[in-house]
Design a protein around this ligand. Structure first.
Ligand code: V47
Length: 360
């Protein structure tokens, strides 16, 4: 019953509130939830669905944060611990075909590398590949660099921007609940600092994304609170381009055996709910790496207007047992979108349209 009131609000382009959000997560009318979220998506981006020709670089798996949900990090003495030198990174990107538009760079919090490693990484990538948008470092990494250097967020980000940083990914947000943070990622920055880094980036004209990691020990109320907090940051300091809900993959993490991977229905509900609450976010991403290409494709009917990109070799979720391919070709992206009934649009990192695949 309460979905009728949510539907009325969405029809009138009114914001949904806390009670509406609870109603959506408690409802079993999945088809209606999808229709409502898709109606918002259609108003915002018509029949278009975006993808980008990109590559992920995870420069190190050494990390001092040691989060309990993470299968990717290493302490340093394991056989598979690694750190890429900048030359290796340049070589990796140089292997990519012409036309790549974005490198998405994130890594662990390395115990020893100085700030200059990160600054040089960005400036050398920019020097070698002028047309590639360098989307690098989560708020957690930026906070870590600022502590390493003893400078504030504004100075840290200004140095990175001057070196060539174009935009920032949305990772490291996890769930903004203090209860969950203390249990699963006590060494990671809390909500206030995550928000401060993003607000500072926005004030410097560095666009950013935002994420939510769900499907572990969080409650529905904590998911909803996270989404309303993001909406508020965007109201106070616009600059988010896209929101990406990330479903937790338990394999090879300390939580394996205690937590089942979240099911498709919950993944689709959270995607739809994010489209409903985050009416001030231009884009919502159905990230196929975490969702799988099949659920990602269905996600396009649950409010998403973006499926991220070709990725290359993704390591973080695959370390945690993701079964999705390591990367997808552009023709797969186009097919996924077209077969779902939408118009594929290749974009750059800032959502400028590069190619609309009308009907060829
Ligand atoms: O912050 C870590 C999550 C994030 C696991 O901005 C896990 O466009 C599931 O933020 N199971 C990194 N998730 C990925 C990320 C991202 C991805 C795609 C696009 C964008 C963007 C950002 O991955 C981490 C963490 O929340 N993560 N371990 C795991 N076991």
């Amino acid at each position: 019953m309460c979905l009728e009131s949510v539907e009325e609000k969405i029809k009138n382009s009114e914001p949904v509130n806390l009670e509406d959000a609870k109603c959506v997560l408690n409802s079993n009318d999945l088809i209606k939830i999808g229709q409502l979220a898709r109606s918002i998506k259609l108003k915002k981006s018509s029949e278009k669905v975006y993808f980008v020709f990109n590559k992920h670089i995870n420069y190190t798996n050494l990390c001092v944060s040691k989060c309990k949900f993470c299968a990717f990090y290493r302490n340093g003495d394991e056989n598979d611990a690694y750190t890429m030198e900048i030359d290796d990174i340049i070589e990796e990107i140089a292997k990519m075909p012409e036309g790549i538009r974005e490198v998405h760079i994130v890594g662990g919090l390395h115990p020893k590398k100085p700030f200059s490693y990160y600054v040089d990484m960005v400036s050398l990538i920019k020097k070698h590949f002028k047309n590639i948008n360098v989307k690098a470092f989560t708020a957690v990494e930026v906070d870590y660099f600022s502590k390493l250097e003893g400078i504030d967020y504004k100075e840290t980000l200004t140095i990175l921007k001057n070196a060539g940083l174009d935009s920032m990914p949305g990772g490291g947000a996890e769930v903004f609940s203090e209860r969950v943070r203390k249990k699963l990622y006590p060494n990671k920055i809390p909500y206030e600092q995550w928000a401060e880094v993003h607000k500072t980036a926005h004030s410097l004209n560095i666009p950013t994304n935002a994420t939510l990691l769900f499907g572990h020990i969080e409650t529905d109320d904590e998911i909803i609170d996270h989404l309303f907090k993001l909406k508020k940051i965007q109201e106070e300091s616009p600059g988010f381009l896209c929101f990406i809900p990330l479903s937790f993959h338990p394999a090879n993490t300390p939580l394996e055996g205690n937590i089942e991977k979240v099911d498709a229905v919950k993944e689709l509900k959270v995607l739809a709910l994010s489209r409903m609450i985050l009416d001030n976010f231009p884009h919502i991403k159905a990230y196929w790496v975490m969702l799988s290409p099949k659920i990602g494709q269905i996600g396009l009917h649950f409010g998403a207007d973006d499926i991220d990109g070709t990725i290359g070799q993704e390591r973080v979720t695959h370390a945690a047992g993701a079964k999705s391919p390591l990367g997808l070709a552009i023709n797969n992206m186009v097919g996924m979108i077209r077969n779902a009934g939408f118009i594929p649009v290749e974009r750059d990192a800032l959502y400028n349209e590069l190619k609309v695949y009308d009907n060829d």
